[in-house]
Design a protein around this ligand. Structure first.
Ligand code: T46
Length: 134
């Protein structure tokens, strides 16, 4: 599985850093931004895939793990740098876990919220990716 980490340009000086996400940093048209915060360390978020949605996850603060599954392979990526975002394409199962205290996950999305785009059962996801590979 190809892991796509995106470098987020930063402006650094003695007063701290500015991360700048201009439209050309993100490989899709941005339709929505949301963020996960105050996530208990014991919580697991995600646990689904999307039929069409692409997303860029940016760890604005703290750290968390992202488990990605494409139906064949599984990869775990720790996000802990605010200047490194993880691109997740459609048809990828994701689980987010091990949130540190104070972690904030900003998500930049290619579509508005649409529950019909979610595949929330893993067996349905496996069926979906196998059907769509043919
Ligand atoms: C994803 C991971 C990283 C909305 O009404 N609008 C929204 O934009 C979002 C994101 C969620 N919701 C509702 C849908 C559910 O009733 O909020 C509730 C919790 O959503 P969900 O269980 O999907 O949350 P997560 O954190 O498991 O997943 C979210 C995104 O839904 C998902 O696309 O990739 O963050």
């Amino acid at each position: 599985m190809e892991i796509q980490l995106i470098d987020i340009p930063k402006i650094q000086n003695a007063k701290g850093n500015i991360g700048v996400i201009e439209l050309d940093v993100v490989p899709f048209d941005i339709k929505r931004v949301y963020y996960l915060y105050d996530v208990p360390s014991s919580a697991s978020r995600g646990g689904h895939a999307h039929k069409n949605l692409q997303q860029l996850l940016v760890p604005l603060s703290g750290s968390f793990d992202v488990v990605l599954k494409d139906g064949t392979e599984e990869v775990t990526i720790t996000l802990n740098k605010p200047d490194k975002g993880l691109l997740i394409n459609n048809n990828i199962w994701r689980e987010l876990e091990n949130f540190s205290s104070g972690a904030v996950c900003m998500v930049i999305a290619s579509r508005v919220y649409d529950e019909a785009d979610y595949i929330r059962e893993y067996a349905d996801f496996l069926d979906y990716v196998r059907t769509n590979k043919k």
